[in-house]
Ligand binder design. Structure first.
Ligand code: KE4
Length: 422
């Protein structure tokens, strides 16, 4: 019996989150035993260089001693209170100091909670029901966001999962990412019904797809004109692509920002945040209800606060950005040497690579047209070389401060070897 077989006897699908099951790459998932810095040790005794980093949180590297110390010290004072504690104020102050667009923060325990609550806030604040999202973007698994485009862009949304009522789906409009004309047409037709637009300012759930010039600007302009709120879902890009998040990279001011991953430092913590006048609509100050037993949990706050303190530094970002750029440039050069067409992207500590000759990749359609079978072979070839990439052609990758130049060089050398077999 394998560890996965054992897990499947008692855990739905053998995993506590579907992407971990290796369904899209084949084979059985690797069970992690421990992790430190840029590497982890698997239960089978093999060591890997990790480019998933728990899907983004581990920007300092695994088990950073100062984060571990903050967690242990805080845990010894008590694990959870369900009452205010100063650590919640401190991390909220830190987030406000790093994001000029944020005056008020509400902590929750997952990115899904953050985006679900942000949508409810937008609907409650505007009194409108319709929301606009983009194909290929993922915002967690709340009902209003598990919706794909209907037959026509502006027709009723279609649930992308059973269990989502059609009556709810009709309020979600799904447009094409980077389709500026499509955004303008949607607002021209239903702008006065739109509560919000939610967007990944750099899409990281269809591999990595940056915005084209004018896309985010158009979302800002159209939302302002229509009285709709612009939600930047920065659960992945937040404190991952830049010290001031993606909103600082592009100079766009969202009304609400959702955060997660990095702000928990590996512990369950996420947030939705924004202007004081918007956040004033949230209970207990306002009528829009949202709550959570473990929201602002002190141990998670300690991990997140220490992480943010360590990355709130220009030199940190210069080093991480250079390291990630070196990785993708090395991967692109190795692929070119092997005659394999790839398109790469990098921003801060986040990167993407699509097996396509049709780069640069700026749409979901281009990602979907990529050579997924070749990615699967690449993924397993790199695994054999001790390199752990995201087990899906539709995910981004993450570099941490703990990845050394040798790690990057070893990864590029491994890729050269594997590209030659594709
Ligand atoms: P969580 O509920 O998984 O904490 O966050 C949902 C979420 C919201 N918004 C964005 C932009 C996200 O990327 C995510 C979650 N990201 C995935 C990885 N692509 C988490 C991994 C998983 O689902 O297991």
């Amino acid at each position: 019996m394998s560890l996965f077989t054992d897990a499947r006897q008692v855990i739905a699908g053998g995993v506590n989150s579907p992407v971990r099951a290796f369904a899209s790459v084949g084979g059985e998932p690797i069970f992690f035993k421990s992790a430190k810095g840029s590497r982890f040790q698997a239960e089978d005794g093999k060591e890997y260089i990790d480019y998933v980093g728990s899907w983004g949180p581990m920007i300092l590297g695994h088990a950073h001693p100062e984060v571990i110390d903050a967690v242990v010290t805080t845990a010894q004072q008590g694990l959870s209170f369900g009452a205010p504690c100063v650590l919640e104020t401190k991390i909220a102050e830190k987030i406000c100091s790093m994001l000029p667009t944020v005056d008020r923060v509400r902590m929750v325990s997952s990115g899904t909670e953050a985006t679900m609550s942000a949508i409810r806030l937008a609907r409650g604040h505007t009194g409108r029901d319709k929301i606009i999202k983009f194909e290929g973007c993922y915002h967690g698994h709340s009902d209003s966001l598990l919706i794909k485009a209907g037959s026509g862009a502006l027709t009723l949304g279609v649930p992308s999962s059973p269990g989502v009522p059609a009556g709810l789906a009709e309020h979600t409009i799904t447009l094409s990412y980077n389709d500026i004309d499509g955004v303008k047409a949607a607002f021209a037709e239903i702008g006065d019904q739109v509560a919000c637009v939610i967007v990944e300012p750099i899409a990281g759930n269809m591999n990595m797809v940056p915005p084209v010039a004018g896309f985010l600007e158009t979302l800002r302009e159209e939302c302002t004109k229509a009285g709709a709120l612009l939600i930047f879902d920065e659960v992945m890009t937040g404190f991952r692509v830049a010290r001031g998040c993606a909103q600082a990279v592009f100079g766009i001011e969202p009304d609400i920002t959702t955060l997660g991953k990095v702000i928990g430092g590996g512990m369950p913590a996420a947030a939705y945040c924004g202007r004081a006048d918007v956040m004033a609509s949230i209970a207990p100050d306002g009528p829009v209800y949202q709550a959570g037993t473990l929201s602002g949990n002190p141990v998670a706050m300690a991990a997140g606060l220490k992480t943010l303190e360590k990355i709130d530094d220009d030199a940190f970002w210069a080093s991480l950005t250079a390291k990630t750029r070196k990785l993708v440039d090395g991967l692109a050069a190795a692929a070119a040497d092997a005659g394999i067409p790839v398109s790469v992207e990098a921003e801060g500590g986040m990167f993407g690579m699509v097996f396509t000759a049709d780069g640069p990749v700026r749409s979901y359609a281009q990602v979907a047209a990529g050579d997924v079978d070749r990615f699967k072979r690449f993924f397993h070839g790199m695994l054999d070389e001790g390199i752990y990439l995201a087990p899906s052609a539709f995910e981004a990758g993450f570099v941490s401060a703990a990845h050394s130049d040798d790690d990057i060089d070893d990864t590029i050398a491994a890729a050269s070897k594997v590209f030659a077999t594709l």
